[in-house]
Design a protein around this ligand. Structure first.
Ligand code: GLN
Length: 252
C-alpha cells in the first residue's frame, strides 16, 4: 500500500513547524510498512488532485496569505472536487482560514477557496496561547499552540473540539476548528500531528480506506512518550482558564 501526500505551497505557507506534520504522516506510515510519497507543490506548480491521498495546507502570515490567494483561485474547483470526493485534508491556521469564503484583514479582503461555509475577520488583539481541546472524535485531549489575528466564524459547521484551555476560533465561542467530510481544519500549530498522533492516524486511516476499501485499518502504536507529554501539558493547564482581556474588561 502507498499514500501520496501533497504539501501545498511550503514556500509560502509553513509557520511554526507545520512541515513536522508531513514528517509525522511519513514516519507513522513507515512504522506500519506502508509506503509514503510526499510531493511539495510550490506556488507556480500544477497540482493534479486525482493523484493525491492527503493534502496539507499550512499556516502563513497575512502577507503570505495574500500572495498565495492568486494561486488558490486557479485550483479552487479541483480542490473543492477533491474534498467532496472525500479527499483527506489537514489545514492549519492560515490554511484553515483560506478554506473559507474570505479573510478580512485590517488592510484588505483575501478571497478564500469557499470549500467551507466559514469566514474570518481580523482583530487587533492576537490570540496567542498554548491550547487544549476536548473532541468527541478522539480519546486523548488535543494539545497545541495558537497564534492568530483572525477570528473564524464557522456557522453551522461541526467544530473539531471544545476549548478546555486557550482561545480557539473566535476567542469567545468556546470552540476550535472545523471537521467536514475528511477535512480537519484547525488553528493548532505545534506542529499538530507529532503532539496528537491519534489525529494523524485518524487522517491516515481515512485516506487508506478511501483508496483501498473500508476493511483497511491501522495497527495501533504504543506512543508511550506522546501520551506522557500529553498528560503533562494537560495537567499543567487543568486548573487554569484563559479568557480574552477584552472579555475580562466587560465583566469588571
Ligand atoms: N495570518 C493569519 C492570522 O494572523 C494566520 C496566522 C497563522 O497561520 N499563524 O490570523
Amino acid at each position: 500500500m502507498k499514500l501520496t501526500i501533497g504539501h501545498l505551497y511550503p514556500d509560502l505557507l509553513n509557520l511554526y513547524g507545520d512541515r513536522g506534520n508531513i514528517q509525522c504522516f511519513r514516519k507513522r506510515l513507515e512504522w506500519r510498512k506502508i509506503e509514503a510519497e510526499v510531493i511539495p507543490f510550490l506556488s507556480d506548480d500544477k497540482i493534479d488532485f486525482t493523484k493525491l491521498d492527503i493534502v496539507l495546507l499550512g499556516g502563513g502570515s497575512d502577507r503570505e496569505q495574500e500572495l498565495v490567494c492568486k494561486y488558490l483561485i486557479e485550483i479552487k474547483q479541483d480542490f473543492k472536487d477533491y474534498v467532496e470526493n472525500n479527499g483527506v485534508v489537514l489545514a492549519v491556521c492560515g490554511g484553515y482560514q483560506l478554506l473559507g469564503k474570505y479573510y478580512k484583514t485590517d488592510k484588505k479582503v483575501i478571497e478564500g477557496l469557499d470549500i467551507l461555509d466559514i469566514y474570518t475577520e481580523w482583530e487587533p488583539e492576537r490570540l496567542i496561547r498554548n491550547i487544549i481541546l476536548n473532541s468527541p472524535l478522539f480519546e486523548t485531549p488535543i494539545t497545541g499552540f495558537e497564534n492568530h489575528g483572525g477570528r473564524t466564524y464557522i456557522g453551522s459547521h461541526t467544530p473539531l473540539g471544545k476549548v478546555f484551555f486557550g482561545l480557539g476560533n473566535t476567542g469567545k465561542s468556546g470552540y476550535e476548528g472545523v471537521v467536514y467530510k475528511n477535512v480537519i481544519a484547525t488553528y493548532l500549530h505545534g506542529p499538530l500531528l507529532p503532539k496528537n498522533p491519534e489525529i494523524c492516524d485518524y487522517l491516515l486511516e481515512r485516506a487508506l480506506k478511501r483508496k483501498y476499501g473500508k476493511d483497511i485499518s491501522l495497527e495501533k502504536l504504543p506512543d508511550k512518550l506522546e501520551h506522557k507529554a500529553n498528560e503533562y501539558i494537560v495537567s499543567r493547564y487543568s486548573d487554569k482558564k484563559y479568557v480574552l482581556k477584552e472579555t475580562i474588561k466587560r465583566y469588571t
